[in-house]
Design a protein around this ligand. Sequence first.
Ligand code: LMR
Length: 397
Amino acid sequence: MFEVLPRLPADPILGLSAAYREDTNPNKIDLGVGVYKDEQGNTPILDSVAEAQKILLNEETSKTYITPQGVQGYIDGMLGLLLGKGHPVLVADRVAAVQAPGGCGALRILAELINRCQEGATVWVSDPTWANHIPLMESAGLKIEKYPYFDKATGGINFDAMAESLKANAKKGDIVLLHGCCHNPTGADLTKEQWHTVLEIAQSTGFTPFVDTAYQGFGDGLEEDAYGLRLLAENLPEMLIAASCSKNFGLYRERVGLAVIITNDSATRGILQSQIQSVARGSYSMPPSYGGALVNIILNSEELNQKWQNEVAAMRNRMQDLRVLLVDKLNEKGASTDFSFVTKQKGMFSFLCISPEQVQRMRNEHSVYFVDSSRVNIAGISKSNVDRLAEALVSVL
Ligand code: LMR
């Protein structure tokens, strides 16, 4: 039976790691998959996570199943982080949530849930969006449409076009997928004022926002990066949120995420809680416990929470410094293009706005690996590789 299936091309993001590993050039540079790296190019376990692991090792007494919704302390801690403790929707008991296997797991089960509400519903995604959003949504049966977002001419958002498109096209029953902060792949984020406009459009058209937030703390700060999400949650009757702990807790391989549904009222919350748990049960039964248990320990310990927040701030500051360093080096090496927009973008990624052919040349001629769209992982830059990177870029411009 298997002969009917064709071989598929490598994943546009994950496939880069294999190509990078095979490259024998000792000076190769990996700006591909979105993982944080330190100056030495390592992705270390955060100190707060290492301490939580020791605590868990001493305290865990059983490997029996956890509850279908996940570790309750984790869920409550994460809701506090996302929405802010005491947010009106929490007080009003309007939030259904389950621990999910990573941000992808959260996105996928929420997509399945949307399809249960309205088969084949339309999801509007930014142009461009994270490469995996589209297959995730489509494989749950949803239809994808795109709204204009990134403006290559400025390296920022073409917000007028985005707002116009949403006003004209997104209707009640449609879902609009928004990036909570640190837009992946472009690093171009909505301003506070623009979030208010998005809220007004949602109120006038009736679309349901679906916020994917995987980089909280990597843009302007843990609180600041939740501004848009909290604004929509406070002012709209319904909303979906997919959150990930891969990046800000560095828990990539542990697959820790949260799927959140904000409902119109408390009675509907109970119904949605049962529905989302049934989607999870029909897909993977229940989430893995380990990563959620670590986040639970960190968020519920004053000392570890503070340590973790300092570690998030250090990662954020380092990435902001690297943005400035890259642009300075490009100028120093005589780049013919103005890359100053890179310093205005937020989080882990930037679009360099070069062509796929130039990206190929970076790979083939200079062993510098990043996504064909020209998305680079800023955290892969270091003081020791930035000169080579800037020279290579200037040579392909
Ligand atoms: C990325 O965007 O590089 C990461 O989120 C890893 C992935 O799964 O694509």
